[in-house]
Ligand binder design. Structure first.
Ligand SMILES: C[S@@+](CC[C@H](N)C(=O)[O-])C[C@H]1O[C@@H](n2cnc3c(N)ncnc32)[C@H](O)[C@@H]1O
Length: 598
C-alpha cells in the first residue's frame, strides 16, 4: 500500500510542476485550483447531482427523530414530532473516544473522570488513578474501568509501547497524539466488529475537494497510522491510498471534541456516526454534550448527548454548531470552509433583519455606566475617519478614533496568554491583565469594547479559568460577571456555556467562609444571615435549572430522569443546594438558641 502512496505522491508532484495539482484519487484526476476559495467546490446551494450517502438506520435512533437526505448537504436529522427545549434528543455511546495527551495522566481513560472529580465522591483519601503497568501511559479510576477498556487497549497497549520505543530511539519520548490513537482504536474495533466499519463508511468524505496541502497532511497521517497500527490492521479496512484518505477526511469532518462535563474544556476526541449526521448552523437549535451521568455504571458515564436548545416543531432539522460561536463570522466561515468544505449560509451568517450589529465586533454604549443602557455600536472599519459614534438604543454619542491597533495588539497578547497557560500560568495572567486594561483604558476617548467582542470575551474566559485554578476567587467574581454578560449575547438561551458561567457565578457568590474552629464567628454570622442565604439558594436553583436544560433530561425513563437530569454538573449543584439548606437550618437553630439565652 505504501507503494500506492509513493505513486500517488510522484503523480501529484509531476502535476504540480506543470502548475496543476491533482485530486487525491489517481483514478479521478481533476485539475485543482490554487486558493481555498477556488479549490473547493463548496456546497453553497443545493446541488441535485450530490451523490446520496447510505441512509443507515442506527439501532439507537429514537422514534422522535428521522434521517433525511438533503440536496447539496447530504443526510440530516429531523424532529418527527414537536420536542421541548432541554430534551435529550440522542443519548448515544460514541464508537471511539480518546483523551488528548495532556489529559491522559490526569483522567481515567475509560470513563474520563479526573482525579478532582473522583475526589468529590471519595472524601477520605486523595484518590489515585491506576496506571496500565505495561504501557505506563493510560490511567484508570477503577479495576472495572480498566477491565472493560482492555478489550481495545490490549492492542493499543502494544502499539503505544512500540511507538514510545521508536521515539526514544530518535531522542525524545513522544506519545502518539489523540487523532492517531482515535483512528487506531477505530480500526481495532472495526477488526472485531464489521458493523463498525459499515458505519464509518457512511460518513461524508471530502476526498475530491482536498487541497494539495491537505493531501500532504493526510499522507503523513496515513504513514504514521500504518506504522502505529501495522499493515495487518490497516489494510483489511483500507486496502488502497484512496481509502486511507477517505478515512482521514471522514475523521476531520466528522469527529467531535470530547468535553469535560463540569467545565466544558476540550479533553479529547470522539467519533459517533449517528451524531455526525447532524448538519451545522451558527444559530443552532441543539448542542452536543457529555453529561457524564452521576451514580451510574462506567459505560453509562461515557454517553454523548444531543440536547434541544429550544422547542422544536415537527419536521424541523436538528442543527448543531461545529464551530465556536464566540468567534467572528470570518473566523467561523474560514473553519467551515477549510475543515468541513462548505460555505455557511445559515441565519447566523446571513443575519436576520434587525441583527445588523455583530456583538463579536462591537463597542459598548458610552452611557452604560450612567444609564445601564445595553446598546452596542458596530466598530467602524479601520479606514473610518475620526468622528462621533452613536448608540442605536439610547442615542448617546461618543468621540471615536480608530480602535483597530489596540484590538490587534490585544489579539496578539491573547495568543501569547493562550500559549503559556499551561507552562507558565502566571505569565498568562500577566498578559491577560495587560490585554484587558489595553482594551478598556487605551480605547479612550472611544467607548470601551463590549464584553462579547473579540478578543475580550475569549480573554475573560481564559482569565476566569486561570483565576479559578489559582484559587483567586475574589478576583474571579468580576471576571465571571463580565464573561456572563458577554456570553448572553453570543450563545442562544439554554446553551451549556451559559449554564456553566451561571454555575461558576453562583458558586462564587454563595461560597461560605472556610470553617475555622479557632475563629468560628465569621462562619456563624454567615449562616445566621438567613435572608441572604435564602437568596443564595435562589441563585443556585436558577443555575441548576439552566444546567438541567443545557445538559438534557437524560431521556432514559421517568425513574432515572430525577438523577440523570443535567448530568454531573447538576448533581454537583444539588449537593451545594443541600449544603446551603443545612447551613440555613443550622443558622436558624443558632439564632433560636441565642434568643433563648437572652
Ligand atoms: C458531520 S457531517 C454532517 C452530516 C452529513 N450531511 C452527512 O450526510 O454525513 C458534516 C458535513 O455535512 C455537510 N454540511 C453540514 N452542515 C452543512 C450546511 N449547513 N450546509 C452545507 N453542508 C453542510 C458538509 O459537507 C460537512 O462536511
Amino acid at each position: 500500500m505504501l507503494s500506492d502512496w509513493a505513486e500517488l505522491k510522484s503523480k501529484r508532484r509531476a502535476k504540480e510542476t506543470s502548475a496543476q495539482r491533482t485530486a487525491a484519487d489517481p483514478s479521478t484526476e481533476t485539475a485543482s485550483p490554487t486558493t481555498v476559495d477556488d479549490v473547493v467546490p463548496l456546497a453553497e446551494s443545493p446541488s441535485p447531482d450530490t451523490p446520496s450517502l447510505p441512509l443507515w438506520e442506527p439501532a439507537d435512533l429514537p422514534g422522535t427523530i428521522s434521517i433525511e437526505q438533503l440536496a447539496g448537504r447530504g443526510r440530516g436529522l429531523f424532529a418527527r414530532t414537536p420536542i421541548k427545549g432541554g430534551t435529550t434528543l440522542l443519548a448515544t455511546k460514541p464508537l471511539v473516544s480518546v483523551l488528548d495527551s495532556r489529559n491522559l495522566p490526569h483522567r481515567c481513560s475509560h470513563c474520563f473522570r479526573s482525579v478532582d472529580e473522583l475526589e468529590v465522591k471519595v472524601v477520605q483519601a486523595k484518590p489515585k488513578l491506576l496506571q496500565c503497568s505495561l504501557c505506563h501511559t493510560l490511567q484508570y479510576c477503577s479495576p472495572s474501568c480498566q477491565k472493560v477498556d482492555w478489550a481495545v487497549h490490549k492492542k493499543e497497549c502494544v502499539a503505544i509501547r512500540s511507538a514510545i520505543k521508536q521515539s526514544k530511539a530518535h531522542g525524545a519520548v513522544r506519545l502518539p497524539d489523540a487523532p492517531l490513537r482515535a483512528l487506531g482504536r477505530l480500526l481495532w474495533t472495526a477488526q472485531a466488529n464489521a458493523e463498525v466499519w459499515r458505519q464509518v463508511e457512511t460518513l461524508e468524505s471530502h476526498r475530491a475537494q482536498l487541497t494539495a496541502e491537505e493531501q500532504e497532511k493526510f499522507f503523513q497521517l496515513s504513514v504514521s497510522l500504518s506504522a502505529y497500527v501495522g499493515q495487518e490492521t490497516l489494510v483489511p479496512s483500507c486496502p488502497n491510498a484512496a481509502s486511507v484518505i477517505d478515512l482521514c477526511s471522514r475523521f476531520v469532518s466528522n469527529s467531535f471534541a470530547l468535553t469535560c462535563p463540569t467545565d466544558l474544556s476540550n479533553i479529547g476526541v470522539s467519533i459517533s456516526p449517528l451524531t455526525a449526521m447532524i448538519n451545522h448552523s451558527c444559530a443552532p437549535n441543539a448542542v452536543v454534550v457529555y453529561p457524564s451521568f452521576p451514580d451510574s455504571t462506567s459505560s453509562d458515564r461515557r454517553y454523548m448527548a444531543v440536547v434541544a436548545l429550544r422547542d422544536l416543531v415537527a419536521g424541523e432539522e436538528i442543527l448543531t454548531s461545529y464551530v465556536d460561536l464566540s468567534s467572528t463570522k470570518a473566523a467561523r466561515q474560514k473553519e467551515l470552509e477549510e475543515r468541513y468544505k462548505f460555505r455557511c449560509a445559515c441565519e447566523g451568517c446571513v443575519g436576520r433583519p434587525g441583527d445588523e450589529i455583530d456583538p463579536r465586533e462591537a463597542l459598548a454604549c458610552p452611557a452604560t455606566g450612567r444609564t445601564g443602557c445595553r446598546g452596542l455600536i458596530q466598530i467602524p472599519g479601520p479606514e473610518a475617519v475620526p468622528h462621533d459614534v452613536r448608540c442605536p438604543e439610547c442615542g448617546s454619542a461618543a468621540p471615536y478614533r480608530d480602535v483597530h491597533p489596540a484590538i490587534d495588539a490585544a489579539k496578539k497578547a491573547y495568543v501569547d496568554a493562550d500559549k503559556t497557560q499551561y507552562s507558565d500560568p502566571r505569565l498568562s495572567l500577566l498578559h491577560l491583565g495587560n490585554l484587558i486594561s489595553g482594551l478598556t483604558t487605551s480605547l479612550a476617548p472611544s467607548p470601551p469594547i463590549a464584553p462579547s467582542a473579540s478578543p475580550l470575551y475569549p480573554a475573560l474566559q481564559l482569565l476566569l479559568t486561570l483565576q479559578l485554578h489559582a484559587h483567586q476567587f475574589d478576583e474571579a467574581l468580576p471576571t465571571a460577571t463580565l464573561a456572563l454578560e458577554g456570553a448572553r449575547r453570543l450563545f442562544p438561551a439554554g446553551h451549556p456555556v451559559l449554564a456553566l458561567l451561571m454555575t461558576t457565578h453562583a458558586r462564587l457568590v454563595t461560597t461560605p467562609p472556610a470553617s475555622d474552629p479557632a475563629r468560628p464567628e465569621p462562619e456563624m454570622q454567615y449562616w445566621m444571615a438567613t435572608d441572604r442565604r435564602v437568596q443564595d439558594i435562589k441563585i443556585l436553583v436558577a443555575a441548576l435549572r439552566e444546567v438541567e436544560k443545557a445538559f438534557g433530561d437524560g431521556s432514559k425513563g421517568e425513574a432515572r430522569k430525577a438523577v440523570f437530569k443535567g448530568g454531573e454538573m447538576a448533581a454537583l449543584l444539588r449537593v451545594l443546594i443541600r449544603d446551603q439548606e443545612e447551613g440555613i437550618e443550622m443558622g436558624r437553630r443558632m439564632k433560636a438558641s441565642m434568643a433563648a439565652q437572652q
